[in-house]
Design a protein. Structure first.
Length: 101
């Protein structure tokens, strides 16, 4: 589970990313989840756009993508979804430490 500070850090990293996947009329499917999972292993942070013709609710799409890829939902803003999953072999992003109270 990501802290608020970590989510803010990841949102700032994702700001300049271009979306590499699009969810369209077909909605979320297994091949798409597999491809996004592979991209997360390489990049750790991905941005996905939900097209206007997608018939599913954007929140349901974002949750289905996060659950299917076992990733953290960093942000859902407009029709953009940002997912984060730490890579097993290709660690690139160092998250800020959670502060102790």
């Amino acid at each position: 589970m990501l802290t608020g500070k970590q989510k803010r850090f990841l949102r700032s990293k994702a700001h300049n990313l271009a979306p590499i996947f699009q969810v369209g009329k077909g909605g979320v499917n297994d091949p798409m989840i597999k491809q996004i999972g592979e991209a997360l292993e390489v990049r750790e942070l991905v941005k996905i756009s939900i097209l206007q013709n997608c018939e599913d609710d954007k929140r349901e799409v974002a949750e289905a993508l996060a659950k299917g890829t076992k990733a953290e939902l960093v942000q859902l803003i407009g029709l953009m979804v940002v997912l984060y999953k730490p890579s097993k072999n290709n660690k690139r992003i160092e998250l800020p430490r959670a502060s102790r109270a």
